[in-house]
Design a protein around this ligand. Structure first.
Ligand code: SF4
Ligand code: SF4
Length: 337
């Protein structure tokens, strides 16, 4: 693949919702004809197990990538990162990046703030931009945004080439990775999965999730950093540990509540929401313990309540998403509090 081309990936919705399929098909039909685009279609990113052809394809792409999918961009970016599909997170006006609200939200003294783990390993000089297909109706806004992002990508590459001595350009560019044409594999099945995704730009490695989960999902890597070690040990539909993470770093992309599914975290336009309610009412720890007990009992084990793996929770940061504001308020209304 030429470095001047951009890979656009449509990550399909789970299930067979005809409206979602129709949007994917309209986008695919248009993007196939779009100059500068290499188009591929894969199942939902969350469902791609190790060794799945869709995942192998994503790992083979070396240049800029735009992923159109049915999940919050933050969740999608960290899902890809954990698959080894690494790069710099691209931004889009469709999904404004939230401001850091640490001081405004009255959190702990910034001097005491523990730095987040961040991305690890070699981060290639390319951007990965995710667009949430739930953000706008119709395919046209996505097409327009893909075109804008391609223009940005092209300008960036041209600027890089123009500042390099010609000899370095000759010797420094990596050979293009072989491209697997996945358009014929669009319907390759991928069973639904359920597991936590960590946002390492927020995770401070406090290990609270490791202590809390009694199902062996979490572990640590060689650098003693937290990781989701045994994804398939997680209990389907249960988001308990996301409620006890003090940094809102644990996401379950398919959970109905935006704050848990990966909505941006921060304060925008001065509007703040009491997110403790979104996390389960007055005390999220109580909700989390009840959810965990339910799973323990289903497994024939004893409930432990609040006696194991609990630590005092700091005030949660307030996520707001202007486009999602109505959804957040709806979610609050639906909570049984
Ligand atoms: S509880 Fe949250 S911040 Fe702490 S290690 Fe787990 S993911 Fe990271
Ligand atoms: S949701 Fe429950 S089972 Fe899954 S990782 Fe969190 S605490 Fe463990």
């Amino acid at each position: 693949m030429s470095r001047n081309r951009v890979t656009v990936v449509i990550s399909q919705a789970q299930g067979k919702n005809p409206l979602r399929r129709a949007l994917e098909e309209s986008l695919a039909a248009t993007l196939l004809m779009e100059p500068g685009v290499d188009l591929s279609i894969v199942p939902h990113l969350y469902d791609l197990e190790e060794g799945h052809t869709g995942r192998l394809f994503l790992n083979s792409v070396s240049g800029d990538m735009i992923v159109l999918g049915w999940l919050f961009p933050r969740a999608g970016f960290w899902l890809l990162d954990r698959m080894g599909v690494k790069g710099l997170e691209g931004s889009s006006p469709m999904h404004p990046v939230a401001e850091d609200d640490g001081e405004e939200a009255g959190e702990a003294d910034p001097q005491e703030k523990v730095p987040a783990i961040g991305q690890t390993g070699d981060i290639p000089d390319r951007t990965i931009t995710l667009l949430d297909l739930r953000a706008k109706p119709g395919y046209e806004p996505y097409l327009e945004e893909v075109r804008r992002l391609i223009g940005e990508s092209k300008a960036r590459r041209e600027a890089q080439v123009s500042v390099r001595p010609p000899v370095l350009v000759e010797l420094g560019l990596p050979k293009p990775a072989p491209v697997i044409d996945l358009t014929t594999l669009a319907s390759a099945p991928a069973a639904r999965r359920w597991y936590p995704v960590i946002d390492y730009s927020r995770c401070t490695n406090c290990m609270q999730c490791l202590d809390f989960c009694l199902f062996g999902v979490y572990g640590v890597d060689g650098g003693e950093r937290i990781l989701v070690e045994s994804q398939d040990n997680c209990k389907k539909g249960c988001p308990a540990c996301s409620r006890v993470c003090p940094e809102q770093a644990i996401m379950f992309p398919e959970y109905k509540t935006p704050a848990i599914a990966g909505a941006p975290v921060g304060v925008v336009t001065g509007l703040k929401i009491d997110l403790s309610k979104l996390f389960g009412g007055g005390d999220p720890s109580v909700t989390a313990a009840a959810e965990r007990d339910r799973e323990l009992v289903k497994d024939g084990r004893d409930a432990v309540g609040l006696t194991v793996g609990m630590a005092p929770r700091r005030a949660p940061r307030a996520p707001t998403v202007p486009d999602e504001l109505d959804g957040l308020v709806d979610a609050l209304d639906k909570l049984e509090i």
